[in-house]
Design a protein around this ligand. Structure first.
Ligand SMILES: Cc1cc2nc3c(=O)[nH]c(=O)nc-3n(C[C@H](O)[C@H](O)[C@H](O)COP(=O)(O)OP(=O)(O)OC[C@H]3O[C@@H](n4cnc5c(N)ncnc54)[C@H](O)[C@@H]3O)c2cc1C
Length: 484
């Protein structure tokens, strides 16, 4: 026997042993059948599965998907244009270098693992073919029996879309990183600007809209600027100017007047100029026009309003206030069988007859409700009663040890409200890792006054990176093959 023969025999034996081992493992993993040890091939009859498609892995969609995942009678597909769930309430902390992107976002596949009944699809929805019951995406069409749409909202410029370039909004991680770059580049440029007027312009930050996002952002930029000018730069007595513009009569209008006054006092204490009752009449790069003056600014941020994503257009229904889709008491779209819309995209009415606000807890409770309703219908049980939102209170922070909290008649301010705000946000973060990371970063920043994420890591003049592997299918092209 030659060396070659011996080696071939050894390899054959090894191959055979590996195959036996693999076959053994496969047999152990094979699904059990009703035949059992008698060797019959009859399978236990599986209940018919309903195809449920959830669009959007934000607060509402993710909650619905978590309730429906791995149910034996449901084939679940969760579609999102991003591969992560984002905790938007802390986006402003990424923009102001207090946190990093991975602290407030979690990969969807890590939260909803794939299985034979659950699938995650990263794709952008472009329409819904309701007669054929298919969701149209840039990766193909996805058939559904039940559809839950939770695609949220987008910044609205009240018909002045041209302002978007000069005054970006804050909605995604890309927005937060672009804003962080813009803020830190402003300080770098100001530090070498020869002209005092140009230096002052670069260090002027204008925020439009004094709701929670505008207020939190203004407070955070004010604290950041104070710390940067004290420790990172040598610009003499130069101070940053932060202007918060609001068309309404007070900041944080959704809060009770005493809390709104307290927030205004706290902002003034940080040096923020508040202009209430002031309308923006025009925005161009580096310049914000008001009724009677123009403000030259290095950074302009839009936090004045949002509209729903174009769900009404996809469904062919008339949009309600803010582009939202009007839904009935069960959060279903009247006239469209099997379609529910939840969260910021839905116009649902509360017990007081007013539209429910665009808040994370509303979306989460609605996600849980529609998922339970689908399960009940599927199992032949009565439909649940009408959706009722449970309001556990609202919080907004202004800065270190400064926040406001409203729990019905109970109003808190200062450090107690700030501690409640911090604990609530850590509690509602989606993953254990994020809870640990955010608590650690906050504790470090509290003790040292330092923000570790002061990085300029991408330049604004770089072209956007195309999403690989996808070509956009126009909504009119309805004949794409189902994704299998
Ligand atoms: C900066 C900021 C701060 C906020 N602060 C607070 C706060 O402090 N407290 C509070 O309660 N609420 C806050 N909100 C509001 C809260 O985040 C929203 O009410 C909530 O996210 C709505 O949930 P949703 O499920 O409707 O949509 P979202 O959570 O926005 O999720 C929508 C999902 O749909 C996906 N999507 C959108 N379009 C498409 C498409 N065409 N195809 C595929 N996927 C798509 C998106 O990628 C996203 O994952 C804040 C919002 C922002 C922007």
């Amino acid at each position: 026997m030659t060396y070659h023969d011996t080696r071939t025999q050894a390899l054959t034996l090894l191959g055979g042993a590996t195959m036996l081992l693999a076959a053994g493992l496969a047999a152990r993993r094979a699904p059990r059948t009703a035949a059992g040890r008698h060797g019959r091939t009859r399978r236990r009859a599986e209940p018919p599965r309903r195809k449920v498609v959830v669009v959007g892995a934000g607060f509402g969609g993710l909650q619905a998907a978590l309730t429906l995942a791995r149910r034996r009678d449901i084939d679940l597909t969760l579609i999102d244009g991003h591969n992560h769930h984002l905790f938007q309430p802390l986006l402003y902390q990424v923009a102001t270098a207090a946190l990093s992107p991975a602290d407030i976002a979690s990969p969807v596949r890590g939260i909803i693992p794939a299985s034979d009944r659950t699938r995650v699809l990263m794709a952008t929805v472009t329409g819904v073919d309701t007669p054929a019951r298919r969701v149209l995406t840039d990766a193909g069409a996805v058939p559904y029996d039940e559809l839950i749409i939770a695609t949220g909202s987008q910044p609205s410029y009240f018909g002045h879309d041209a302002w978007a370039k000069a005054a970006p909004g804050l909605k995604t991680l890309d927005d937060a990183l672009a804003l962080r770059r813009s803020i830190f580049e402003a300080f770098e440029k100001a530090s070498v600007a020869g002209d005092a007027a140009e230096q002052a312009r670069l260090l002027t930050f204008v925020l439009i809209g004094a709701g929670p996002t505008g207020v939190e952002m203004a407070g955070s930029i004010a604290e950041l600027a104070r710390d940067l000018l004290a420790h990172d730069y040598d610009m003499g007595q130069r101070r940053a100017r932060i202007v918060l513009i609001e068309a309404g009569p007070r900041v944080l209008e959704a809060f009770a007047p005493d809390l709104s006054n307290d927030a205004a006092r706290a902002l003034n204490g940080l040096g923020v100029e508040i202009r209430t009752g002031t309308r923006v009449t025009g925005i161009e790069t580096g310049l914000v026009h008001l009724h009677d003056e123009s403000i030259a600014a290095g950074t302009v941020i839009w936090a004045a309003g949002t509209d729903a994503t174009p769900v009404a257009k996809w469904l062919g229904v008339a949009p309600g206030h803010g582009g939202r889709v009007a839904v009935d008491a069960g959060l279903r779209v009247p006239g469209l069988d099997g379609v529910s819309v939840i969260g910021d995209a839905a116009l649902a009415v509360g017990a007081d007859g007013k539209p429910l606000p665009g808040l994370a807890p509303v979306a989460k409770q609605q996600g849980h409700y529609v998922a339970r309703a689908i399960l009940r219908r599927l199992r032949g049980r009565h439909a649940p009663g009408p959706f009722a939102y449970r309001d556990y209170g609202t919080l907004a922070t202004i800065g270190r040890n400064k926040a406001v909290a409203e729990f019905g008649p109970v109003h808190l301010t200062g450090r107690p409200a700030w501690l409640m705000w911090a604990v609530a946000h850590i509690f509602f973060l989606i993953s254990f890792r994020n809870k640990v990371m955010v608590s650690t970063q906050w504790a470090f920043a509290y003790a040292t006054h330092q923000r570790a994420n002061r990085l300029i890591i991408a330049r604004g003049d770089q072209p956007p990176v195309a999403k690989p592997g996808y070509s956009v299918i126009p909504p009119s092209t309805n004949s794409v093959a189902p994704v299998t």
